[in-house]
Design a binder for this molecule. Structure first.
Ligand code: GBH
Length: 453
């Protein structure tokens, strides 16, 4: 990409890693092949009215069959690392018990293929596709799920731990618990406060147990959790608003990072749930388990929110109206949010090592008459996100890697295929992949280890 007037080149630190991220249910397809068991997303997406246009991940990007071509694609873009998740019910069809060797073999081949191309695998153990067999036993509401998760994790450390050295326990517990059990907009589609409190706590317990199992495995490498984050900003300068911003952070980042860093769940959140008759089911020793030392913090960040004080919901804050242009997802195009958030989290938790495990842009640009996809909104915003990230690193944040969400357009959960996040276009008619303008932009960022911004 040619340098534009007024831009300067922002060089990232030596050894900084550039990658892309995906998740099993969003790309694999082959939902009933090779003895895979069903997950809650198979069941949920087949229920009428759950997913936009009645779509599902039965085929998705058909990555299960096309993974070799996809690895070649990653190599051609110059990716240095690739974050993917394992479908729990593909390797353990019932979530526990006998291993499905055919499913396990897929991940062995995927990892080997990545390593052959010099791409470091970063493996997420859980990106929302809980085995339906475990949901039938209560899912995240049943405390035993934490032990099942640790057993599943131990199996993967055992089978892949000689080749995978970067492990992520959970992807965004805030989303799969609150959307899964409180708003019901995602699988398993439940709306119940008490179940939500239990799901949150058991998810965090599962994280802690999986970290313990990793240390016990003696495998080399690093492990951490990935949380969803939003950068909170005061909508005005009043002290009441400043206080409301802290409450918004309590109910989001601090609820999930706090227990991992030994600070526990925020009092404000515990009190709120207790006042609704939904106390967190914390047993003795749980907080120690959850605060097992991790090696890095996975940060997913897409946007910001402006906050105002408000007591009507009992939480003390509300969202102020947006002031920036909205993306198709309904949230603001806020490229400064990434640097701001990284600065905040660095200060709040004593400069943890950070991997940006997801950052990206929904831009639904379709191919033009020449078949080219000029997703300039994505390119401009990525430039802005990366420039903010560079600033945060200059200010002392320990950020070592950046994964763009996503490698290719895929199944965007309850939005089905209507929202495109890929730097590679997926034609869902014939499953062809076509790199977009953002893919060449990103290749150049990788090649130069920096960005013009
Ligand atoms: C991620 O979730 C998922 O991990 C991934 O599977 C998904 O495909 C990807 O995002 C793209 O959607 O809501 O106004 O506070 C992201 C969940 C959405 C939570 C944006 C924070 C911030 C803006 N995040 N949200 S706002």
């Amino acid at each position: 990409m040619s340098k534009m007037p007024g831009m300067s080149f922002l060089q990232f630190p030596e050894g900084f890693q550039w990658g892309a991220a995906t998740a099993s249910y969003q790309i694999e397809g082959a939902y009933d092949e090779d003895d895979r068991g069903l997950s809650i997303w198979d069941v949920f997406s087949h229920q009428p009215g759950r997913v936009m246009n009645g779509e599902n991940g039965d085929v998705a990007c058909d990555h299960y069959h096309r993974y070799r071509d996809d690895i070649d694609l990653m190599a051609s873009l110059g990716l240095q690392t690739y974050r993917f998740s394992v479908s729990w019910s593909r390797v353990l069809p019932f979530g526990e018990g006998a291993v499905n060797e055919k499913g396990m073999d897929f991940y062995q081949r995927l990892v080997d293929g990545l390593l052959e191309k010099g791409i470091q695998p970063a493996l997420t153990l859980f990106h929302w596709d809980l085995p339906q067999a475990l949901q039938d036993k209560g899912g995240w509401v049943n405390r035993e799920v934490a032990d099942r998760f640790a057993d599943y994790a131990a199996l993967l450390y055992e089978r892949l731990g000689d080749r995978v050295t970067r492990w992520i326990t959970l992807n965004e517990p805030i989303i799969f618990t609150l959307m899964g059990y409180r708003s019901g907009g995602m699988a398993p589609g439940i709306r119940d406060m008490k179940m939500t409190a239990a799901a949150i706590h058991h998810a965090m317990l599962a994280h802690g147990r999986a970290v313990q199992a990793f240390r016990a495995s003696g495998k080399p490498g690093e492990i951490g959790i990935t949380n969803a984050n939003t950068s909170y900003e005061p909508a005005d300068d009043s002290p009441e608003t400043a206080r409301a911003v802290e409450l918004a952070r309590d109910f989001d980042s601090r609820l999930f990072h706090g227990p991992v860093y030994g600070k526990g769940y925020p009092e404000s959140v515990l009190n709120y749930y207790a006042s609704k008759g939904a106390p967190f089911p914390i047993e003795s020793g749980d907080m120690e388990t959850i605060s097992q030392a991790t090696d890095f913090l996975g940060v997913n960040l897409y946007s910001r929110r402006r906050i105002l004080p408000d007591d009507s919901r009992g939480v003390g804050f509300r969202n102020a109206p947006p002031t920036l242009p909205l993306l198709p997802m309904g949230y603001e195009a806020a490229p400064h949010a990434l640097g701001d958030y990284v600065r905040w989290v660095t200060k709040e938790y004593g400069r943890p090592r950070i991997y940006i495990t997801e950052n990206g842009v929904c831009d639904n640009t379709e191919p033009d008459q020449n078949g080219e996809i000029d997703d300039h909104v994505r390119v401009d915003l990525l430039r802005g996100f990366l420039s903010g990230l560079h600033g945060a690193i200059q200010d002392g944040a320990d950020v070592r890697a950046y994964y763009q969400w996503s490698l290719m357009d895929n199944f965007e959960w309850a939005f089905g295929y209507s929202k495109r996040f890929g730097m590679v276009y997926t034609d869902f008619g014939n499953l062809r992949r076509i790199p977009k303008r953002s893919a060449s932009f990103y290749s150049e960022v990788i090649a130069r280890n920096g960005v013009d911004a």
